[in-house]
Design a protein around this ligand. Structure first.
Ligand code: PGA
Length: 263
């Protein structure tokens, strides 16, 4: 896992947006896995800027979102579909036919989940997956205990997630208890992964998933099994890492080493 530590939330967001933009420029029909939450807001803002000011082209990009609450209409202001349109899709030249967000109000969630997995497969699989991390170490809504082999399915949210996410709803009772989520196995199939995290409330969980044991109790630790996973943190989220000096040394010397070995 490559760990990149940036001085602020803005720098973290710029770095992750640059990684995404670089991949879109390399492959115009990139299949991008997207996340919601507060963490990726700055990244999406920077992608919008890159589109508006530097012509970053989303016309052939396909996107798959990680998750959606069960029971919410796609137009509900708390749905992840609404979040994505408000914060990214409507500001760039993406084709709405290329956008996939799990359908929270489906009549048949199981059938929908198999369809979603098939759809991802048909596009050739996710090229680059963006992730945040929950306070309980979840990636997407893969709560503690989720199998590392899990695929897109319905998952019950844990108390901590319901409390964490209640800030977006009028009351805690309004937070849906179930979600459709891509599985840990679906996420690990992505060719490349970037996980972003910021703030001191993420410091302990970041130290656990990066430097602790691989465990289904912290599903982000599954990233240790992936060959091309990059973690971009701000200074606060990195504050409990033991090997910070090493990560910074690698970051500062990577280009010199790559040049020397001719890559
Ligand atoms: P946050 O959520 O970005 O709002 O902290 C992350 C998550 O729960 O995955």
């Amino acid at each position: 896992m490559e760990v990149i530590i940036k001085s602020s939330y803005e720098e973290m967001s710029k770095t992750s947006a640059q990684i995404i933009a670089r991949e879109i420029k390399k492959k115009h029909d990139l299949v991008l896995g997207l996340a919601t939450g507060d963490t990726p807001l700055g990244t999406y803002k920077e992608l919008v800027r890159l589109h508006k000011e530097e012509g970053l082209d989303f016309s052939k990009v396909k996107t798959f979102n990680l998750d959606e609450y069960i029971g919410l209409d796609p137009l509900d202001k708390n749905s992840y579909n609404h979040f994505m349109w408000e914060n990214l899709f409507k500001h760039v030249n993406i084709n709405s036919e290329n956008v996939y967000v799990p359908q929270g109000n489906t009549d048949d969630p199981e059938e929908f989940c198999s369809w979603y997995e098939k759809k991802i497969e048909e596009t050739g699989g996710i090229d680059l997956q963006i992730l945040g991390i929950g306070g309980d170490g979840h990636i997407a809504f893969n709560e503690p205990g989720s199998s590392f082999a899990s695929r897109t399915r319905v998952k019950a949210l844990v108390k901590q997630t319901i409390e964490d996410n209640s800030r977006f709803f009028d009351t805690e009772e309004d937070v849906p208890r179930f979600a459709i989520t891509m599985g840990v196995g679906s996420i690990l199939d992505a060719k490349k992964i970037i996980l972003i995290a910021n703030g001191k409330n993420k410091a302990a969980v970041c130290a656990e998933f990066i430097e602790g044991p691989i465990t289904s109790q912290i599903t982000a630790s599954a990233l240790q099994l992936h060959t091309l996973a990059t973690v971009v943190l701000d200074d606060e989220a990195s504050s409990k890492l033991k090997r910070k000096e090493y990560y910074n040394w690698v970051r500062d010397n990577k280009q010199t080493v790559q040049k020397r070995i001719g890559r």
